[in-house]
Ligand binder design. Structure first.
Ligand code: GTP
Ligand code: MG
Length: 654
């Protein structure tokens, strides 16, 4: 067993990650190379699920983690990048910096994890390496050091200048030649940057650099590897995945310059479950990266956060993208554990329950919600398993029943993301779902004190019913409280629970539009009873009516959920975003500049934000991102309240 290196491919959709992964494996002689295998991936021509494939170069086993580049599918960057020895940020040479380029950098490079950039599609007519490199430097903060300069002849991508060796290398015959004259100046400048940046990472080299002493390519390579491991230096390479060019140097850089993440190969077994998948044939798989020691089939592990036992039954390594059973997996390897229903996404699994947790970053919170409705009874029955499969394996898909509206809500990162899973439920589980905009979980409350008295009395042969109570309602900040203020014995103590039950029942549906009532303090302070006819039930009925009557007199109003929103927006859009938020009844709380973006902090009602994920995207070409979180309920303005009540009445009639 030689060494293992794990490379996570990230970058904007269409930059060529999947093509590159397949090309690297094919070149290394892998036979089974199947990416983008799910129906939804085939339909869309884009990657949707993180995928893993392993190939061998000499004694190094290289595992590639291919991630989707869609901006709503970024959770896989959060899964793959932290456990990889290198995150390879792929860019399209014609387009350079795109939305997900920046976002992937923020997740990986800005966190000082080892990251390299690959300028792919260098064969394209308008591919310009220098322009792409400048664009990267302008929009992303990092020490980018080109290791190569592409050589193009008559529009063809024919070779590269290897800046470490200071030689031109041609793809056709692998020959090394002198640098072509028209590139000499640019190459020299690029090599100057390379030497300066790399030297800055080592005092001895820096001295040599300042004193103009020669620096060998070996010295440069060694120090570059240190800078890369520290996440300080970001090598830049170039390639054409479709023409298979630049792949040798990429592989060479991976095997020579990339160091494995720290780990103790002979220590107690410890691994991190960075990804979960529902394989159509193998069922639930947990993809783990072994951090320390050796995992063995048949030897149990413990989820160190929860203490739950995890059986390691079937263990699979990858040959190309195909799984094959292995009895053990050493530190540095990525393997999949079969029958992994008990493994939680992101869990650290170890032989020792006191092992250190391998920290995984938190996923962003989903920002787009739809109600999901099964189309038929058969769909209802199959739905729960299907939904469990998806929500347990995806960090940014949440399915929950809203406690107020009782609707089943699916939350995701946007409409494309959400609809992809609706399609998957249909394709893979044969569950047909419709979606609609969620009902806003309004609530009702009161704004002033009021009292009401009600007598519940029934005489229908036999024993009658009698209960009478007087309630006082007061506005209250903390939800609900009930006070027994009966003096003397106008209502005997045994009937008070009946009164409270009546109040609680009445609060389930307010008088305005049948939304739950909140923020009231209710006191029962007087009443009357009958020695024979009174009962808990009679008092419950009386209290229910008394509450409703008092509620009407207490200046009731609707409350609506208000969200806190943080919008990260490039400067040029800030004004537009703020006026748009104002138009959504938003309140701007502040603005914090963060480098080239501004974070606008605001509060706005949920009802105005239901399509914000889509609107913000189209307003800013996807360049702004936002997070939102419930913060509080607040009164609905009068004119809006009338509309909401009218709508609720209309729905009731339907
Ligand atoms: N000319 C050229 N086309 C390329 C190159 N690499 C990829 N492509 C093409 O670009 C398109 C997208 O490639 P993919 O590999 O699917 O891109 P991806 O980065 O995996 O995209 P997502 O899965 O959506 O994130 C395909 O049509 C590829 O054939 C390249 O080096 N040169
Ligand atoms: Mg892809």
């Amino acid at each position: 067993m030689g060494q293992a290196r794990n490379i996570c491919l990230v970058g904007h959709s269409g930059c060529g990650k999947t093509t590159l992964a397949a090309a690297l494996m094919a070149k290394a002689g892998s036979k089974d190379i199947e990416f983008d295998t799910s129906q939804e991936e085939k339909d869309r021509g884009h990657t949707i699920d993180l995928a893993v494939g392993t190939f061998k170069v000499k004694d190094t086993s290289i595992t590639l983690i291919d991630t989707p580049g869609g901006d709503e599918f970024i959770e896989d960057i959060y899964k793959g990048s932290p456990i990889a020895d290198l995150t390879l940020l792929v860019v399209n040479a014609e387009k350079a910096v795109e939305v997900v380029t920046e976002r992937a950098w923020d997740i990986s490079g800005a966190a000082k994890r080892p990251t390299a950039v690959l300028v792919n599609q260098m064969d394209r007519e308008n591919a310009k390496f220098d322009v792409a490199l400048n664009a990267i430097r302008e929009s992303i903060e990092g020490k980018f050091v080109p290791l190569q300069v592409p050589i193009r002849e008559g529009g063809d991508f024919v070779g590269v200048v290897d800046l470490l060796e200071n030689k031109a290398v041609y793809f056709a015959d692998k020959s090394k030649k002198d640098i072509p004259a028209d590139l000499a100046e640019f190459a020299e400048e690029a090599r100057g940057i390379l030497i300066e940046e790399v030297s800055s990472f080592d005092d001895e080299l820096m001295m040599k650099f300042l004193e103009d002493e020669p620096i060998s390519s070996q010295e440069l390579a060694t120090t570059l590897a240190l800078g890369l491991a520290a996440g300080e230096l970001v090598p830049v390479l170039c390639s054409s995945a479709t023409e298979g060019k630049g792949l040798d140097v990429l592989v060479h850089t991976i095997t020579e310059a990339v160091k494995p993440l720290p780990g103790d190969a002979s220590g107690t077994p410890r691994a991190v479950a960075f990804n979960l998948a529902n394989d159509p044939y193998l069922g639930r798989l947990a993809y783990v990266r072994v951090v320390d020691g050796t995992l063995q089939e048949g030897k149990g592990l413990v989820d160190v956060a929860t203490g739950s036992k995890i059986d390691v039954r079937d263990m699979y390594a990858f040959e190309g993208t195909k799984q094959h059973r292995v009895p053990q997996a050493e530190a540095g390897m990525i393997v999949a554990l079969g029958k992994a229903e008990d493994v939680v996404l992101g869990a650290t699994l170890a032989a020792d329950a006191n092992a250190e947790v391998f920290e995984m970053p938190e996923f962003p919170k989903p920002i787009y919600s739809r109600v999901i409705l099964p189309k038929s009874q058969a769909d209802v029955e199959k739905m729960s398993e299907a939904i469990r499969d998806i929500s347990q394996t995806k960090g940014t898909v949440i399915v929950e029943r809203d406690p107020v509206t009782k609707e089943m809500i699916m939350q995701a990162m946007g409409d494309i993301h959400l609809n992809t899973y609706i399609e998957r439920l249909k394709n893979r589980y044969n569950v047909n779902l419709e979606t609609k905009t969620p009902t806003i979980p309004y609530k009702e409350t009161i704004r002033k004190q009021a009292t009401a008295r009600y007598r519940h009395k029934k005489q229908s042969g036999g024993r009658g019913q009698f209960g009478e109570c007087e309630l006082r309602l007061d506005p209250f900040d903390e939800g609900y409280e009930f006070k027994d203020e009966i003096k003397g014995a106008s209502i005997p103590g045994q009937y008070i629970p009946g009164v409270e039950k009546g109040v609680v029942e009445a609060m389930e549906e307010g008088n305005l539009a049948k939304y739950p009532v909140t923020n009231v303090s209710v006191a029962v302070f007087d009443g009357k009873y009958h020695p024979v006819d009174s009962s808990e039930l009679a008092f419950k009925m009386a209290a229910r009516h008394a509450f409703r009557d008092a509620f009407d007199k207490a200046n009731p109003c609707l409350l609506e959920p208000v969200m806190h929103v943080d919008v990260r927006v490039p400067e040029e859009f800030t004004g537009d975003i703020i006026s748009d938020l104002n138009g959504r009844r938003g309140r701007i709380l502040g603005m914090d500049p963060e480098g080239k973006v501004t974070v606008v902090r605001a509060e706005a009602p949920l009802s105005e934000l239901q399509s914000y994920a889509l609107d913000l995207k189209s307003r800013t070409q996807g360049r702004a991102t936002f997070q939102m979180e419930f913060t509080k309920y607040q009164p609905v303005p009068g004119n809006v309240q009338e509309k909401v009540i009218a709508q609720a009445q209309q729905q009731e009639e339907e």
